[in-house]
Design a protein around this ligand. Structure first.
Ligand code: ADP
Ligand code: MG
Length: 680
């Protein structure tokens, strides 16, 4: 029901509530307070500390005194006491209080303690006689616009609960709710707004978070299962030639690579469409796994396409694919923005005619004009750089080609089940043998000269260095050194005898590629950069990564940056310049020094950075969560995932009566994305 029919709302206030995304009564009941004020804790006067907010039971022990020190200012002072001491209640410009207090009254007050010399004051307190209903409770605090006060909102929610709570349906099947010992929905909604106690709040929140995560996970699983069933994919034949190819590789695949490939192979040989994510730490060797899949597609007479987020990365992939497949008669082409129109036309023509077997490129490969003859496999590298949409466009370039997505941003499994809920997941959690550990040091800014000296010695030995800094524009407030300043300083004052280049996010793609190209070709010794280099580039001769203001980066990001070195035969170094004295910053530096395991680091990142910052869920195309937090509710999420699986095993389309309301909620949540899938 529309929100405007709730008592106390009406058309005008409804407009304001709609700005908060509250359109229906249900929206309102699920509008979770952002915080609570606990007025249940009573203290004695002698226990009060300056600045804290407390509730007190006191007796008025003197006559109220009104003074008017200025024209627009009136002050009322009321002396009170309990058995432990005395205090003064002080109100500014609230003369009506005079009618509410008289000598000897027993009252309850709530407010902030302010010591004024030896006198303890409580300024503008809430005051109640008797047991009252404002104090002695836990009061919700809502995120609101300036047009609605918290007290008004409390009234509106109270009215909605009184009138509409009986209509709220229990979505969770009774057995499940009992098994998990979860609060009934009505009780949970009352207690999320007006918790009887802290424990009631915890139980209410847990129940609502579980419900929300269960619905989300059920929806994602439904989409995944149904997509597989409804859209027929390509059935690639079994083929042993690939194993000869694997044996002839210049290295032995790691067990993890082999396992990932086997999973891909099994998917490809099924008649369902493959939708698989390969997660592997930087340097774990994802590219060769992708090449194996493309090899298999080629053997079956299909075309493959591989999309990378930058030209430089696409070019590197192209070159390494050429190199790995040079003994075979496979036609491989590179399609990027910077090639000539003539070349482009030629490629488009060949592609359509089916003469190109493997196409590597940037976004260019998903443009309208790109048509394949027989696309069998579509791969995106560094998925986190692409949205879900781009992946979908790529997939539509053929007739349900198999889809492979590769990412070097490792995240805990529970989370990938949500963030990549519609994908199957392979994990490469092992690095090829013989990699030298990158030596990692964290130092303070006072060590800068020594760091530069160290870099100089490596450069004199013929190596190259990355020097990374977080921001491009001078931001005095944060006192961060901009990349441009740093660049000029290093080039003109510190490393005058070397060639220094600058790369930053505001440059045009062509400019970036040109600089990167120079660095690859060793026409530059030092590359000063913002984070644009974090993705996949491979310059084996670069062995030093210096990161300024390392405290400004997330752990996962620092780990990615570090992964740019350690790619060649030389001992590599990562030097973190930590400009912060905070404990958390030091702890983060310590984790990086200690570990090179991307999964471990990303878990710590979650722990230390907390909710929200890790990365937005929005970009993954997920519905917004109202109660649950993907990060701090990891335990609840795990249970929800288990239960979602069990429920679908037993009732594939949620057609049983006890799943009716779950099914409705899923359809509501995913709207257009799921209707066709679930209703057919
Ligand atoms: P990433 O997973 O970060 O994309 P790459 O695929 O670029 O990693 O691989 C990094 C380097 O490791 C490449 O030079 C690649 O040829 C090499 N490599 C991959 N697999 C192995 C292996 N099993 N043994 C030795 N070197 C390998
Ligand atoms: Mg890669």
């Amino acid at each position: 029901m529309d929100i405007q029919y709730v008592k106390g709302v009406g058309p005008k206030r409804a407009v304001q509530l709609k700005k908060l995304n509250i359109h229906t009564v249900e929206d309102l009941l699920y509008y979770i307070p952002r915080d609570y004020e606990d007025r249940t804790k009573f203290k004695y006067i002698s226990q009060c500390i300056n600045g804290e907010k407390v509730s007190l039971k006191v007796q008025i022990c003197g006559y109220p005194i009104k003074s008017k020190p200025r024209k627009n200012l009136s002050i009322i002072r009321v002396p009170v006491r309990d058995k432990t001491g005395q205090a003064t209640l002080v109100w500014f410009n609230q003369d009506y209080i005079l009618n509410q207090v008289s000598l000897g009254d027993l009252v309850i007050v709530n407010g902030k303690i302010n010591f004024f010399g030896r006198e303890m004051q409580i300024v503008n307190p809430i005051l109640e006689k008797g047991s009252g209903d404002k104090i002695g409770k836990i009061i919700p605090i809502y995120s609101l616009t300036s047009k609605i006060t918290n007290n008004q909102m409390i009234k509106i929610v109270e009215n909605a609960l009184t009138s509409y709570l009986p209509n709220i349906k229990e979505k969770l099947p009774e057995d499940l709710r009992k098994e998990l010992n979860l609060m009934p929905i009505k009780e949970a909604l009352v207690n999320i707004h007006f918790p009887k106690s802290k424990d009631h709040y915890i139980q209410a929140r847990k129940r609502l978070a579980f419900e929300e995560l269960l619905i989300l996970q059920l929806g994602l699983l439904l989409i995944k299962n149904r997509t597989k069933e409804l859209y027929e994919g390509i059935k690639f034949p079994k083929d042993d030639e690939i194993y000869t190819f694997i044996e002839n590789l210049p290295f032995k695949l790691t067990n993890a690579q082999m396992k990932a490939f086997k999973e891909i192979e099994a998917d490809m040989e099924k008649d369902e469409q493959m939708n698989r994510l390969v997660q592997g730490d930087v340097g774990s060797g994802k590219t060769i796994v992708a090449i194996l899949a493309m090899f298999k597609a080629w053997r079956a007479g299909y075309q493959s396409v591989m999309m990378a987020p930058t030209e430089i990365l696409a070019t590197q992939h192209y070159e390494s694919i050429l190199n790995f497949l040079k003994d075979y008669d496979i036609n491989i082409k590179l399609l990027i923005g910077s090639i000539s129109n003539k070349q482009k036309e030629e490629i488009l023509k060949e592609l359509k005619e089916g003469n190109i077997d493997i196409l590597v490129g940037t976004h260019a490969v998903i443009q309208d004009r790109v048509e394949f003859n027989k696309l069998g496999l579509a791969i995106t590298d560094e998925q986190h750089r692409f949205g879900v949409k781009q992946r979908a466009v790529l997939s539509q370039k053929g007739n349900n080609p198999d889809i492979l997505v590769m990412t070097a941003t490792p995240i805990p499994r529970t989370l990938s089940l949500i963030l990549y809920g519609d994908l199957d997941i392979s994990i490469i959690d092992e690095l090829p043998p013989g990699r030298k550990k990158i030596e990692t040091y964290a130092v303070g800014p006072n060590m800068l000269d020594r760091v530069n000296e160290f870099v100089r010695r490596q450069l004199l030995d013929g190596r190259q260095a990355y020097i990374v800094t977080p921001l491009i524009e001078e931001n005095e407030q944060l006192d961060l050194q901009s990349a441009e300043d740093l660049y000029l300083n290093l080039k003109e004052e510190v490393f005058t005898e070397f060639k220094v280049g600058l790369l930053h996010g505001k440059m045009k793609p062509a400019e970036k590629d040109e600089i990167m190209e120079k660095f690859v070709k060793k026409q530059l010794d030092i590359l000063v950069s913002t984070t644009v280099i974090e993705v996949g580039v491979n310059v084996p001769n670069a062995n030093i990564m210096v990161i300024h203001n390392a405290e400004r980066f997330g752990l996962a990001q620092l780990h990615q940056l570090r992964g740019r070195v350690g790619r060649g035969e030389h001992q590599s170094y990562c030097i973190l310049i930590n400009g912060s004295n905070s404990k958390i910053a030091r702890e983060r530096m310590r984790i990086l020094q200690k570990s090179t395991d991307g999964f471990y680091i990303s878990e710590k990142d979650l722990e230390l950075r907390g909710p929200g910052e890790f990365f937005g869920t929005r970009q993954h195309g997920l519905p917004e969560l109202k109660v649950a937090n993907l990060f701090s509710d990891m335990e609840i999420l795990k249970i929800a995932q288990e239960k979602a699986k069990e429920i679908l095993e037993e009732d594939k389309l949620l057609l049983k009566e006890e799943h009716f309301y779950l099914r409705q909620s899923i359809i509501d949540l995913f709207k257009d994305r799921i209707k066709d899938l679930i209703l057919n």
